[in-house]
Write a protein that binds this ligand. Structure first.
Ligand code: ADP
Ligand code: MG
Length: 346
C-alpha cells in the first residue's frame, strides 16, 4: 500500500472535515497514512514506503494569520503581497518536505509550485488560455471610461478583486445599474466579515467608488450572460477533476440579481445527474474541466464553468486548487480519492 501524507488543518471542525475524512478512509483502506499541519513538517513521522503521496489542503492557519485581511490594501482580495506570501509559503513547504524525506520520493497530487496560482485570477486565466481552454474575456483599459464603454445593453462588465474567493469583492456594471458587494461606508469601500454574506449595494453612477477599486489589483471581465435554463436565475457548474477524470459535478443556481453563484453567497446546489442540463452540454463541461486540470498540471482540481448565450459559449471562470468537497450524501469525494477507481494513490 502507498504512503500518504495529508497536510493542512481546517480552522474549525467543519472546515477540517475533508482532510479528516480522507485520513480516516485512507487508514480504513490500509494506507500508511499520516496527517499534520504545515507547521509540523519538520517533526512529521517516518514512512516505510519508498514513495510518499502528498495531499495538500488549504493552509488555514497560515492564511488566517497572514493573508486574509491584508495590511497593505485593507481591501479584501486586492493584496498582491498576500498572494505572494501564499506562493512563497508553498515553495517553503516543498523545500521542508524534501529535507524531511530526503531519501524518499515525494509525489504531489497538487503541485506546490502552482498551489497558489488559482488565487491570482489574471494568472489563472492566462494559464488556462495557454492550455486552449475557453475563458471569460478580459477587458483591457487605461481609465475608468474605457471600462464603461464596454458596457452594452446585452452585456455588462465585472470588476473583481484579483486575489479574492468565495464571491467576495465584486462589482457588476450594467446599463441598468451598478452594484458591489464590498461594504460601502459613506465614501469608502470596506469589507464584510470573513464568514458573513457579502450582500450587494446599488452604487449606480458612483464613479468615486469604482475609482477606488480600480486603484487596487483587480480583474475586469465582460459579463457572461447565462441563458435562461432556469427562469430568472443564473448558474455555473463545478466539475471535480481527479486524475484526468470527472467523477462528479454539480451546478449552483442563484437569482440573477444576486450576481454571484457561490454557495457561500447563498446559491442552491443541484448535483449530477439531477441538473437537467442537456447531455451535449455536460460533455462540453467535462471536456473543458479535464483540459483545465491539464493546463494546471494538477491531479485534483475544481473547475468552475459558465454557459454564455453566444454560440458554443462555454467558459471556465476560475479553478479551485483547494476546492470544497461535495455533500457526501451526493458524492463522497474523500472515499472516491482513496478508491481504486480514482487511481490517485495507487
Ligand atoms: N464574467 C462574469 N460573468 C458573469 N458572472 C460572473 C463573471 N465572473 C464572475 N461571475 C459570477 O461571480 C461569481 C464569483 O466570481 P469568481 O471569479 O468565481 O470569483 P470567486 O473566487 O470570488 O468565486 C462566479 O461564480 C459567477 O457566478
Ligand atoms: Mg468562484
Amino acid at each position: 500500500m502507498p504512503s500518504l501524507l495529508i497536510l493542512g488543518y481546517g480552522d474549525t471542525h467543519y472546515t477540517d472535515r475533508n482532510p479528516r475524512r480522507l485520513f480516516n478512509y485512507a487508514k480504513e483502506s490500509g494506507f500508511e497514512a499520516e496527517r499534520r499541519d504545515y507547521s509540523e513538517i519538520r517533526g512529521a513521522p517516518d514512512f516505510e514506503g519508498e514513495t510518499i503521496k502528498v495531499m495538500l489542503f488549504f493552509p488555514y492557519t497560515f492564511w488566517n494569520e497572514n493573508c486574509e485581511v491584508p495590511e497593505d490594501t485593507k481591501l479584501y482580495g486586492t493584496s498582491k503581497r498576500s498572494y505572494e506570501l501564499l506562493r512563497e509559503f508553498f515553495l517553503e513547504v516543498k523545500g521542508a518536505l524534501q529535507q524531511r524525506y530526503a531519501s524518499q520520493q515525494l509525489q504531489y497530487v497538487i503541485p506546490p509550485e502552482s498551489a497558489a496560482l488559482d488565487r491570482d485570477k489574471i494568472a489563472a486565466i492566462q494559464r488556462l488560455k495557454k492550455g486552449g481552454v475557453p475563458t471569460s474575456e478580459l477587458v483591457s483599459y487605461q481609465k475608468l471610461d474605457d471600462i464603461l464603454h464596454q458596457i452594452s445593453s446585452e452585456r455588462g462588465v465585472f470588476v473583481k478583486c484579483r486575489y479574492g474567493a468565495e464571491g467576495k469583492g465584486i462589482m457588476l456594471l450594467q446599463e441598468s445599474g451598478w452594484v458591489t458587494n464590498y461594504k460601502v461606508e459613506g465614501a469608502t469601500l470596506t469589507n464584510y466579515g470573513i464568514y458573513e454574506q457579502w450582500v450587494f449595494t446599488d452604487i449606480t453612477g458612483r464613479r468615486d467608488l469604482l475609482e477606488q477599486l480600480l486603484e487596487q489589483e483587480v480583474i475586469v471581465e465582460k459579463e457572461i450572460v447565462v441563458p435562461e435554463f432556469f427562469e430568472g436565475k443564473k448558474f455555473d457548474a463545478r466539475a471535480y477533476v481527479i486524475n484526468g477524470q470527472v467523477p462528479h459535478f454539480f451546478i449552483r443556481v442563484n437569482e440573477r440579481h444576486k450576481v454571484v453563484t457561490n454557495y457561500s453567497q447563498g446559491a442552491q446546489v443541484v448535483h449530477h445527474p439531477q441538473t437537467s442540463l442537456p447531455p451535449e452540454l455536460i460533455v462540453r463541461i467535462r471536456e473543458e474541466a479535464v483540459k483545465s486540470a491539464w493546463a494546471f498540471s494538477s491531479n485534483f482540481l475544481g473547475v468552475d464553468i459558465m454557459v454564455d448565450s453566444c454560440p458554443d459559449g462555454i467558459k471556465v471562470v476560475e479553478v479551485q486548487t483547494f476546492t470544497d468537497f461535495p455533500d457526501i450524501k451526493c458524492f463522497d469525494l474523500a472515499k472516491y480519492l482513496v478508491s481504486n477507481q480514482s487511481g490517485l494513490f495507487l
